[in-house]
Design a protein around this ligand. Structure first.
Ligand code: NHR
Ligand code: GAR
Length: 212
């Protein structure tokens, strides 16, 4: 069974959705650890209550991003995971870190990428007046929120929505698609090849060099 390390920064509801899917037998992975860059992340308590190993790598304790990323990578690699999952993780990761986990690092972003990369996505979607919003699971590449898309879920923007109501509608979909994407990876059905996402793609065997 594949093992997963989940990185969080706060509430951890996406982490909870993943753990719940594992508990229901719908997600065949072993969650090796939950790691936060913030010591006060609520999700750490939730994970510990469920018997999952937790760790904190506090970005404030490091002089720069590269040093933080190196410490984070060391903490992750101690668990030798097959997959690293960003679940509301709020620190931009350096190119070296991202390359180290190429093809085994997923993120969920609260917009329909490539619209609204970065922060404050719901506020910006409301300000733009879009009628459809949503979330995106993507492989992480060095270009922030521009990695190859695995799956997206769309929701309507309704009259009278504010940031909170819109965020809640999107979050409910995040909790559906993230366990789905991680499951595809766990089952060996999802991979990144030459920068493209492949789902259920059988590699054709090379034709044998035998003449009749
Ligand atoms: N790193 C790389 N290289 N590529 C991506 O696609 C990444 C990434 C790191 C995180 C998640 C992302 C999101 O889904 C993610 C994708 C944090 C910021 C940010 O500006 C932006 C996007 C995302 C995560 N962070 C501030 C920073 O200076 C700090 C903000 C805070 O601490 O609250 O790192 O949206
Ligand atoms: C989620 O909406 C996630 O998509 C978003 O933050 C929320 C975290 O909630 N992620 C980002 O904005 C990354 N920059 P959670 O901690 O309850 O999963």
């Amino acid at each position: 069974m594949k093992s997963v390390v989940i990185l969080i920064s706060g509430r951890g509801s996406n982490m909870e959705a993943l753990l719940a899917a594992v508990a229901r037998g719908e997600l065949p992975v072993r969650v090796a650890a939950v790691i936060s860059n913030r010591p006060d992340a609520k999700g750490l308590e939730t994970a510990a209550q469920q018997g999952i190993a937790t760790a904190v790598v506090d970005h404030k304790a490091f002089a720069g991003r590269e040093l933080f990323d190196a410490a984070m990578a060391e903490c992750i690699d101690a668990h030798a995971p097959d997959l690293v999952v960003l679940a509301g993780f709020m620190r931009i990761l350096s190119e070296g870190f991202v390359r180290h986990y190429e093809g085994r690092l997923l993120n969920i972003h609260p917009s329909l990428l490539p619209s609204f990369p970065g922060l404050h996505t719901h506020e910006r979607a409301l300000a733009e007046g879009v009628r459809i919003h949503g979330c995106t699971v993507h492989f992480v590449t060095p270009a922030l929120d521009h990695g190859p898309v695995v799956v997206q879920a769309a929701v309507p923007v309704l009259d009278g929505d504010d940031e909170a109501t819109l965020a809640a509608r999107v979050l409910a979909q995040e909790h559906v698609v993230y366990p789905l994407a991680v499951r595809w990876f766990a089952e060996g059905r999802l991979r990144l090849e030459s920068g493209r996402v492949l789902l259920d793609a059988e590699r054709a065997l090379p034709a044998p060099l035998i003449s009749p």
